[in-house]
Design a binder for this molecule. Structure first.
Ligand code: NI
Ligand code: MN
Length: 221
């Protein structure tokens, strides 16, 4: 079992009933946030890159909850080590085996916000499911490789301007063939305005399942 709750922008809570994993926890200052940084619980926090709308409240949540941050090594060295935040370093292509399952860092084509660091996406295996959290990324041929991961769900940005837009995200779905797609990184601010239901209709027209979650809404796999 895996419960996925959308908390707004690129922040999701993955919960298998034992372990809670938070992604890119931009809550404070996010008008769409469905949780508060001083109340959310987490065991791990995945940080895909160093932009403010992804690092967000990582430091505060990690220090309050004791959650371990998982991020590319150069990112952690630059952003988290100086603040005394414990992090589990990795890099693109590598898999960390952890008590709940595993976390693999995969390619994202995007600025990392930290010189010398790469942005990444994550393939998380927990609760018997495989989840791809794309972070911020362009459409890339690297996504062909994710088809072999037999994804149960793909969390994809559709906001355009800074990441893939809806049409490229549909092409990503066709490459990866996930059982379910959930869009993210849109409507948080005017530059990334999109209509989630239009994206869902395009994904479904291509023969794949899509669910648009409003912030605070969950899906159980
Ligand atoms: Ni970014
Ligand atoms: Mn972003």
């Amino acid at each position: 079992m895996l419960k996925i709750t959308f908390l707004g922008h690129a922040c999701f809570l993955l919960d298998d009933g034992t372990t809670k994993i938070l992604t890119d926890p931009f809550l404070t200052g996010n008008s769409q946030a469905a949780a508060r940084a001083d109340q959310i619980e987490a065991d791990y926090i995945l940080v895909s890159h160093g932009h403010d709308d992804h690092v967000g409240d990582t430091e505060m949540i990690a220090k309050r909850t004791g959650a371990k941050v998982i991020c590319p090594i150069e990112l952690g060295g630059a952003l988290f080590a100086p603040k005394g935040v414990e992090f589990l370093p990795g890099n693109i292509g590598g898999t960390a085996r952890l008590p709940f399952g595993s976390v693999k860092m995969v390619t994202a084509i995007h600025g990392s916000g930290v010189p010398g660091a790469l942005a990444c996406g994550f393939v998380v295996r927990m609760g018997g499911k495989a989840v791809y959290f794309a972070g911020d990324t362009a459409l890339t041929m690297e996504m062909m490789l994710l088809k072999d991961e037999k994804l149960d769900v793909a969390l994809l940005p559709i906001g355009d301007v800074f990441t893939m837009g809806p049409d490229d995200a549909v092409r990503a779905v066709k490459m990866m063939e996930p059982a379910l797609t959930i869009p993210m990184h849109f409507n948080t601010f005017p530059m990334v305005a999109q209509t989630g239901n239009e994206f869902a209709a395009k994904v479904e027209a291509a023969g794949f399942a899509c669910k648009v979650l409003t912030p605070g809404e969950s899906v159980e796999l």
